[in-house]
Structure formats: C-alpha cells, structure tokens
Design a protein around this ligand. Structure first.
Ligand SMILES: Nc1ncnc2c1ncn2[C@@H]1O[C@H](COP(=O)(O)OP(=O)(O)OP(=O)(O)O)[C@@H](O)[C@H]1O
Ligand SMILES: [Mg+2]
Length: 271
C-alpha cells in the first residue's frame, strides 16, 4: 500500500511519517520515500544516515532530463492506459526503469535501512540556481508506478508542504492520503481543500490531527471532516526537542500504534 503524508508546512508530516514508519516496521516491510526536495532532516528522525538521491541513479537531474527528452511520450508510464489488439489493458514500459521493481530490487546504494525499515530520497535541491524540482516530481511518479508491492509492503511518502500533488493528480501514485492538520487557522482551512480533492481523486483522504492539546481539540474537530479523522496525536515536548537537536524520534505513542493498525487493515483490504 502506498500512503502519502500531506499537509501544510510545519504541520508535522515528517514527524508523523517517521513515527508511523517505525511503528509499522515492527510487523511490516516499510519503505519511507522522502520526496521533499527542500528539507533534509527526515533521515535523522528515523535514526538513519541520509540516503543518496535516487536521481543520481539516472545520471542526476541533467541525465534524467536527457532521458526524459529522448523517450517517446506514449511510453511515459507503466500505466494501464494502453490496450492490446483484443482491447485488454496492457502495462506500458517505463521510460526510465528497464524492469519492474519490488522491495528486494531497490538498489542498495540508494537505500538506508535498519530491520524492516528502508529509507530512500528522490532528490534534494543542492546547488544555487540548479533549476526547478519538476524532474523530482516525474521520477517520484514513475518510481511509484514501477514498484510492485506484496501484501505486507507499505510505502510511506513524506511529501513537501502544500497541495501541488493534487494539482497534478495523485490517484495513480497513492492508495491512501493522510493529511496532517495542526492547530492553526491555515492548516484547518487547507484541510477543507484536501477534503474537496479527496472527493475528486478516487483514493481515500484521511485526517491526522497533530499537536493536539485539550483546549484546542474541539475546535480542530469542528473544523475538519470529523468522519475521516483517523488519529489525534498529542503535542509532545519530547518530539519538539528531538527535532531541535536532529535526534531520532524514540517515542511509542498509543495513538500512532492505532493509526498503524488502521492502515494495516486498509492495506489488507486493498491488496
Ligand atoms: N506532536 C507533536 N508534538 C510536538 N511537536 C511536534 C509534533 N509534531 C511535530 N512537531 C514539531 O513541529 C515542527 C514541524 O514538524 P515537521 O518537521 O514534522 O513538520 P513538516 O510538516 O514535515 O514540515 P515541512 O513542511 O517543513 O516538511 C518540528 O519542530 C516538530 O518537532
Ligand atoms: Mg517535512
């Protein structure tokens, strides 16, 4: 199952992704895919070294763009859009991947791991004036569409802030979206937008209230789509302090365990 973790900047996407991944890796195979090209700290929250950018596997942004230009448009994705002469859907060859990958095929030099937990990063902005991050978006999509998952395999995708993915259409990339909402006017307002997108995109959109404290809980619940709130994560000083020091998040939260259970159940239904 491919899970996207979305939300406003600073709402806690990376914190929730890391806590969730560590919890789920106790029983499942988990790949955390870091697609936030402008933040550099997710690996430390997981207690791992920073992985090499997957973009380098394709010759860096430059090499990737050249491959992109050279590839004919109709072989853009592995999608099921094409049909054979009997009118049955067939998978199209990816422009970039010679064959389909499963967790065991991931190139080890681009994966940091411990136990059942793997971490990969699509690509980071490294140099002044290096150009836009669009190739990272293309690679993310192709990677996710090229990945075959077993029933115990989960991909948790830590996204960059905002709604850009929804603008591009996300239903092919993800099976489920978790929107992290913190107690701020902007975040609560944005949750309505995510709810609207959810109705259009064909994959379930669920809300995780984060940094919840007793005196703001009711107001947060009243502002989001209550039916789809699947977790309420308390504000915890330990999390804040660990992030200040760039330390691994080492906190077992009952609320995260319950969220993991919900996702595992959802995964078993979709597989
Ligand atoms: N439940 C929580 N309790 C206390 N602090 C939290 C909690 N969740 C997140 N934080 C803090 O909020 C800040 C932002 O968290 P985080 O980096 O996870 O957000 P983000 O949404 O990934 O941000 P960005 O949009 O920059 O990627 C950090 O200081 C983090 O420690
Ligand atoms: Mg983040």
């Amino acid at each position: 199952m491919r899970i996207a973790v979305c939300g406003k900047g600073g709402s806690g996407k990376s914190t929730i992704s890391a806590l969730l991944a560590k919890q789920m890796a106790k029983t499942k195979n988990v790949l955390v895919l870091d697609i936030d090209e402008s933040n550099y700290g997710l690996h430390s929250q997981l207690g791992l070294a920073a992985p090499r950018d997957l973009m380098e596997y394709f010759g860096g942004k430059k090499g990737f763009k050249e491959k992109q230009r050279a590839a004919p448009k109709q072989t853009q994705f592995w999608g099921l859009a094409a049909e054979n002469n009997k009118g049955q859907p067939v998978q199209q060859q990816s422009r970039f991947f010679k064959e389909r990958w499963s967790f065991s095929d991931l190139p080890p030099e681009f994966v940091e791991e411990k136990g059942n937990l793997k971490l990969m990063a699509v690509g980071k902005i490294k140099d002044y004036g290096e150009g836009c991050a669009c190739p990272m978006g293309v690679l993310t999509r192709e990677f996710l569409e090229n990945l075959d998952l077993g029933k115990d395999d989960f991909v948790i995708v830590d996204t960059e802030a905002g709604t850009e993915h929804f603008g591009r259409g996300v239903d092919k990339d993800f099976d489920l979206i978790l929107v992290v909402v913190d107690p701020s006017y902007e975040s609560l307002k944005l949750s309505k937008k995510f709810d609207e997108f959810g109705a259009q995109c064909g994959c379930g959109v669920y809300f995780v209230l984060n940094k919840v404290e007793p005196d703001v809980r009711e107001e947060m619940l009243a502002s989001v789509n209550c039916v789809n709130v699947v977790a309420e994560i308390p504000a915890r000083r330990e999390l804040f302090k660990a992030s200040l020091k760039g330390e691994e998040l080492d906190l077992d939260l009952e609320e995260i365990a319950k969220l993991a259970e919900f996702l595992e159940k959802a995964g078993s239904l979709t597989h």
